[in-house]
Design a protein around this ligand. Structure first.
Ligand code: C2O
Length: 541
């Protein structure tokens, strides 16, 4: 096992995109930021120095942080932010983990520009469970704003309304030829005819789920959320923010230039977004560089069936350890609503998070981040920062199939709070995530820190225990699940990693509106079941 050292300097950099020159916050003057490479079971040490004007933290998305919750990164959940001018060193071991991960800032909307890939190879001598590809490429899907993303969040929250659409979608930071001034701001993969390539896809976007396809080429999914899957052949895939996926693609078409396209999947109604694709090129050796490319076909932005088809194709390759018995069964509604306002101007003094008119919630509780981290408050037994009463079922339930949004109940309010759910070490947990909401239903990418979970079932409409048929044989093992629009998903895991773990919607706008909760997993008995002391350089609030 080796140790990998990285030095991250979070700093502002001037970039020119979409005919505009802007300052953005990035790491080490790169956009996207540097790739962290490691092997399974390696130790990773990243010294993060914040030279930006904003508070920062880094989260290692998908890394389970076995007994290292202090280094997980979500602000006010496991640590206070690294303030401008300060340093914090993240140290963790990739215990039995390999595959495509990413890292991103986890404070305000900073991850809009502060993100990069984390690639973990198998141990030396351990092959992939498929033919070794000729080459590997990292493909990060993103969103780009001409405005500073930290200011953007403040503005959106102050306005009380929905966020404006991104100015562009990007592939590895490049918008491509569908956007102004971007004909040359385009990513390209040169391929040798006949060879097979492994593409490591990451959706690092803030608020959009995205389809991805390559003109005239099939994609074979072999990994999702850094766990191997049975090979599944498809024309396109969909990734929500926070999801990663490895696909194989073989250059088996006539020598030419082919478009790679990434475009929106939007299941909500009446939401404005960019219905444009970011384009890259998959260019065969020997093709005329200036030739026109074959266009890639993406599904319609609201093609729910295309999403289900990809979802149905995800099956664990390796034997699974799904809990068969359940000790703690949670039913969690996720949804959006409009809050009551106390003042005449509807934009001010409303009862939503940040006094806004909008609220998002789990079981009708909008999560409020405390002023010290939940982990620190829990560990040091500092009173008054959180409660232990996150409800195991919704306080109110809106039945979408039979009523709303056309038939909205009178009391649609959610409550604000920092309510957590306490789990004894070793608890076998099932969570039914049910989409609801009084404004619109939509597919929500729900992410759990500290664990991967088995997705044992999902469907449209309301969850009905009488009719479900769970897959306990080969369910995918994921960390972010796109809960189907107006539908539900069932996840299972064993709570054997002590710590304080955020579970939230990976749309940043929903996180800002309170769509999240915290699971606190208590220590077990021995040293191997106990969270160590906090590191000495843990930032202070
Ligand atoms: Cu990728 Cu809590 O985040």
């Amino acid at each position: 096992r080796s140790t990998r050292f990285y030095d991250f300097k979070i700093q502002t950099m001037r970039v020119t995109k979409l005919c505009n020159s802007n300052e953005i916050v990035t790491v080490n003057n790169m956009f996207p930021g540097p790739v962290v490479y490691a092997q399974e079971d390696d130790r990773v040490i990243v010294k993060v120095t914040n030279q930006s004007p904003y508070n920062a933290t880094i989260h290692w998305h998908g890394v389970r942080q076995r007994l290292s919750c202090w280094f997980d990164g979500p602000s006010y959940i496991t640590q206070c932010p690294i303030q401008p001018g300060q340093t914090f060193t993240y140290e963790f071991t990739l215990v039995q983990q390999k595959g495509t991960f990413f890292w991103h800032a986890h404070v305000s909307w900073l991850r809009g520009t502060v993100y990069g890939a984390l690639i973990v190879y198998p141990k030396t001598g351990v092959p992939y469970p498929f033919k070794h590809p000729h080459e590997e490429h990292i493909i990060i899907l993103g969103e780009y704003w001409l405005q500073d993303v930290v200011q953007l969040e403040r503005q959106v929250l102050a306005s009380g309304g929905a966020p404006p659409p991104a100015n562009a979608y990007t592939i590895n930071g490049h918008p491509g030829p569908n956007y102004n001034c971007s004909v040359n701001d385009v990513y390209k993969i040169d391929v040798v005819p006949g060879k097979t390539y492994l593409l490591r896809l990451i959706n690092a976007g803030l608020n959009m789920e995205n389809f991805f396809a390559i003109a005239n080429h099939k994609l074979t999914i072999v990994e999702a959320d850094a766990e191997y899957t049975k090979p599944f052949v498809t024309d396109r895939v969909m990734l929500g923010p926070g999801q990663t996926m490895n696909v194989l693609v073989t250059a088996d078409q006539p020598t030419a230039k082919y478009s790679i396209a990434m475009g929106p999947y939007m299941s909500a109604q009446n939401v404005s977004f960019q219905n444009i694709s970011a384009i890259s090129y998959f260019q065969y050796l020997g093709a005329m560089p200036n030739s026109l490319s074959f266009p890639a076909k993406l599904p319609n932005f609201n093609d729910n069936l295309a999403v289900k088809t990809v979802m149905d194709g995800l099956r664990s390759l390796n034997p699974v350890q799904v809990p068969k018995e359940i000790d703690s069964n949670l039913f969690v509604t996720i949804g959006l609503n409009v809050q009551k306002c106390q003042s005449k101007t509807p934009q001010q003094n409303c009862q939503g998070v940040n006094n806004g008119v909008m609220a998002a919630s789990m079981n009708n509780i909008s999560f409020i981040k405390p002023s010290v981290s939940v982990l620190e408050a829990y560990y040091k037994k500092i009173d008054g920062h959180f409660t232990e009463d996150f409800p195991g079922a919704p306080l109110k339930f809106y039945d979408f199939v039979n009523g709303a949004p056309n038939n909205i109940p009178n009391d649609t309010q959610s409550m604000n709070g920092t309510r957590t759910k306490i789990l004894e070490y070793g608890t076998r947990v099932q969570i039914i995530l049910q989409d609801t909401g009084t404004l619109t239903t939509e597919n929500h990418p729900i992410h759990l820190h500290g664990y991967s979970f088995y997705v044992v079932g999902y469907g449209t409409g309301n969850y009905n225990p009488q009719t479900v048929n769970f897959n306990l044989v080969d369910p995918p093992y994921m960390n972010t699940i796109g809960v189907p629009v107006g539908g539900w998903a069932a996840i299972r895991f064993t709570a054997d990693n002590p710590g304080v773990w955020f579970m939230h919607c990976h749309f940043d706008i929903h996180q800002s509106w309170g769509l999240g909760t915290v699971l606190i997993v208590k220590n077990g008995k021995g040293e191997l079941e106990t969270l160590p002391h906090p590191p000495a350089d843990l930032p202070k609030c």
